[in-house]
Design a protein around this ligand. Structure first.
Ligand SMILES: CC(C)(COP(=O)(O)OP(=O)(O)OC[C@H]1O[C@@H](n2cnc3c(N)ncnc32)[C@H](O)[C@@H]1OP(=O)(O)O)[C@@H](O)C(=O)NCCC(=O)NCCS
Length: 168
């Protein structure tokens, strides 16, 4: 077995419609449609949608901020990092970039929902300063392995962080 340490430059930029062909790894076809719909809401200012990219400029991780869901906070959602690149800090980079966007809107809080079973993601967000404020049930449509539309349900913890002022 050979091993090496490679340093790469990463950029966080807006996710574009033309990136979606390279985002099949993010989930089901339904999930890609949700992302496409979210990108459509960006023109009205309702969302930001970010991608972290390596030197190829292909998305290695994506995530959105919804500004319509909460009156005083940006809502982080649909955060996912390519499985091959997890635990390298990309998720942390994306969350911090999303928080910068929220600050630029003049908002001082970020919120997100984590499925009760997703203990790994919750641990990461708590490490990044997020704290549980409440619990709630979420429902959404998905497509199962047989191509059928199914209603998914999830019990989520809602986590919130008061954002410190941007570093000078
Ligand atoms: C949740 C998710 C987005 C996090 O992305 P990620 O790129 O793995 O996140 P990070 O690498 O920043 O941090 C994850 C872990 O790696 C560790 N880590 C961070 N930088 C690291 C580095 N340079 N080297 C090694 N480990 C590192 C973190 O401490 C964290 O550890 P923890 O799990 O014990 O808390 C990713 O796991 C994912 O896509 N999961 C599936 C979808 C999902 O659950 N999304 C969240 C919905 S709320």
């Amino acid at each position: 077995m050979a091993s090496a340490t490679v340093t790469v430059d990463l950029v966080v930029r807006d996710l574009l419609h033309e990136d979606l062909a390279a985002c099949a790894w993010t989930g089901t076809p339904t999930h890609l449609r949700y992302i496409s719909a979210a990108l459509g809401r960006r023109t009205s200012g309702a969302v930001d949608y970010l991608a972290v990219c390596g030197p190829s400029d292909l998305p290695l991780g994506v995530g959105g901020v919804d500004y319509r869901r909460r009156p005083d906070a940006g809502w982080l959602w649909q955060f996912v990092v390519h499985p091959a690149f997890r635990s390298c800090g990309l998720g942390t980079l994306l969350v911090r970039a999303a928080e910068d966007r929220i600050r630029q809107r003049g908002l001082a809080h970020a919120e997100l929902g984590v499925d009760a079973a997703n203990t790994g993601a919750r641990r990461l967000y708590e490490r990044l300063g997020y704290r549980v404020t409440r619990e709630q049930d979420e429902e959404w449509d998905d497509i199962d392995a047989g191509g059928r539309v199914v209603r998914r349900r999830s019990h989520c913890a809602v986590l919130r962080r008061t954002l410190p002022p941007a570093a000078a």
